[in-house]
Design a protein around this ligand. Sequence first.
Ligand code: ATR
Length: 275
Amino acid sequence: MSDKSTDQYAVIGNPIGHSKSPLIHGKFAETTAQDLVYTAIEGPLDGFSAAVDAFRAAGGLGLNITAPFKLDAFRYATDLTERARRAGAVNAMKFEGDRAYADNFDGVGLVRDIVHNLACPLQGQRVLLLGAGGAARGALLPFMEQHPARLVIANRTLDKAQGLAASTEGPLAACSYAELVGQEFDIVVNATSASLRAELPPVPASVFAQARLAYELAYGKGLTPFLRLAKNAGVQQLADGVGMLAEQAAEAFAWWRGVRPGTQSVIQTLTIPLM
Ligand code: ATR
């Protein structure tokens, strides 16, 4: 019998019951034959650090971090990657001795889903990013690294979009929703939290006239008001964030274990039809 205890990983959030991460990482461990357990931790709202300390003291090797703790994890980390620093948020940590290494795979997961799974290159494309909160901030640098022809950030609160656009180099602009009238894009990404409340960002349907892809970051909401608007405007390819969820998980898994799992079977299992 081996005296090596099984390696421990977990996702921490509050609430956490809805998280698909244990299912995803369990499948990844199975398909890559990695000996690990992956659980879900409901962290107390005012006790993130103590919960992480306890997990580490019990031998925990790595965590995924979900709402509302991505900023707490940012502060907890001893070593941040450039993209975590730029995103201002952390969604994965790895523990080695007294170090807490931290990264953010949400943006690269999104880009990989669009470029690889949906076969929709971003290079040379006109991209519209709706929203200027945490989700948009995490996506911005990975998007710009793909060299779009132009990326426009639209937000209800214009100065947040302007601040975000000013934070990064490249062919970037910020505008209000009203200013989108008459502008056309190849790819439109909804990174607002509007869909979580079945709301529609006030985006004019004309932005979809030439679009080949409308991407909704929210996952499992079916045909959201945003996707419905895109569909009615004739956009052929519609996607929600299930692929992004699987891809960010695969990035974290590869970072922890040195082997990158395939994502297709997880994506198939978790896909909810866009109807
Ligand atoms: P997240 O981490 O999900 O990005 P957030 O940081 O709270 O959450 O940001 C939410 C984003 O969704 C913001 O860009 C917000 O716009 P404002 O900055 O103007 O508040 C946007 N948002 C939320 N509900 C919206 C709605 N109904 N219409 C348009 N934008 C909305």
